[in-house]
Design a protein around this ligand. Structure first.
Ligand code: GLN
Length: 383
């Protein structure tokens, strides 16, 4: 008798991601989709043309494992311009299929079974599964106040098993950003404890109100032990391209590339050739914060007469809202009700908590064209 083996489930708590679920519900019901974070306006035609040109010029075979070198050089130049340090394109920069993959690879590089990783909740939904799949344990610490890091609690939770801490600024889902005192506290922490840092900076250009993005790459003591992860999809309005990069010192990048080379191996070549050229157009990324801030401000102004209370957002694609003047439903039920009844899909914040903690908050994505924001706002003001 043949015995069919049982398929192991390494993530027994996981189901379909909330982004897939809410986008499917929006499609099914014809709702305006302010849930999953993606722009609905066109990306740059010049950048798409460069990809087509690269394909026609026969850049269609494998790129080098670490990434197309002119792209890594252009990335180094951008980092130097913005953050005042120039990572070595040969040893410190790896092009990856998206920011999420960079984060997964960084965690997989660092973690051994039994290790602990500090993660702040609400947390982007991939961090915890990425830690667990590596046999490690997430140590979950709630953000406090306006979604700031409670550093004294972090200090209490560090043990001899703590291998890494995950930082995300601008923060998904709340739009909070790191302040200079966070940098000081993080620096003090890593001086005391042998920790690595995974810094998710995929929204680096989407910081508002003239606040500078405090990339960890600005700080020598932090960057010497950090994987800093970025996304071209967020920068160039093409989230479906799934291309990003990780920056880390050579001694961290070398083992990172060992994982990467036996997984994806290398990324889409024509896109890398195109991005290398397009990065020369500095305005395309330098103006992005102001462009997205306008969308945030427009959306906030449109919701002024609604019964939603919007929380502050200093960056990212997102703003969160309290709905307690409207409903006593838990946030997941409220998000479903809002989609079905009022035709606007959002993301309930409980999706960003391992225990699905109901925070009475939903997340709106405002990276949309004006007509989309207006249609959504008309429906939300009628709630
Ligand atoms: N980063 C996107 C968001 O937060 C979603 C990406 C995904 O669907 N996995 O909405």
């Amino acid at each position: 008798m043949t015995v069919i083996p049982e398929v192991p489930d390494k993530l027994p708590f996981a189901g379909t991601t909330i982004f897939t679920t809410m986008s499917a519900l929006a499609a099914e019901t014809g709702a305006v989709n302010l849930g999953q974070g993606f722009p609905d306006f066109p990306m740059s035609a010049a950048l798409s043309d460069l990809v087509a040109d690269a394909m026609r010029a026969q850049y269609n075979q494998y790129a080098p494992m670490a990434g197309w070198l002119p792209l890594r050089e252009a990335i180094a130049t951008k980092i130097e311009l913005l953050y005042g340090c120039r990572p070595d394109p040969v040893t410190d920069i790896t092009v990856t299929p998206g920011g999420t993959y960079a984060i997964y690879t960084a965690l997989t590089t660092l973690l051994q079974p039994g290790d602990e990783v500090i993660v702040f909740e609400p947390a982007y939904d991939s961090y915890v599964p990425n830690i667990i799949v590596n046999g490690a344990r997430p140590v979950l610490i709630p953000l406090t106040g306006e979604f700031r890091i409670p550093w004294s609690e972090v200090e209490r939770q560090v043990t001899s098993r703590t291998r890494a801490i995950v930082i995300n600024s601008p923060h998904n889902p709340t739009g909070s950003v790191l302040h200079p005192d966070d940098i000081e506290a993080l620096t003090a922490l890593i001086h005391k404890h042998p920790l690595f840092i995974i810094s998710d900076e995929v929204y680096e250009h989407l910081v508002f109100d003239g606040i500078p993005h405090l990339s960890l790459l600005r700080y020598p003591a932090l960057r010497e032990r950090a994987f800093v992860c970025f996304s071209f999809g967020k920068t160039y309005h093409c989230t479906g391209w799934k291309i990003g990069y990780a920056v880390a010192p050579e001694k961290m990048t070398t083992p990172f590339r060992k994982i990467h080379q036996y997984n994806c191996f290398s990324c889409h070549t024509p896109v890398q050739v195109a991005l290398a050229q397009y990065l020369e157009t500095r305005d395309a990324y330098l103006q992005l914060g102001a462009f997205m801030q306008q969308k945030r401000d427009y959306f906030i102004s449109l919701l002024q007469s609604s019964r939603f209370d919007l929380l502050p957002s200093s960056g990212s694609y997102f703003v969160c809202a309290r709905y307690n003047k409207i409903s006593e439903l838990d946030d997941a039920a409220f998000a479903t009700w809002l989609t079905r009844r009022h035709g606007v899909a959002t993301i309930p914040l409980s999706a960003f908590y391992q225990q699905k903690t109901d925070s009475g908050l939903i997340r709106f994505c405002f990276a949309k064209k004006e007509s989309t924001l207006e249609k959504a706002a008309r429906q939300l003001c009628a709630v």
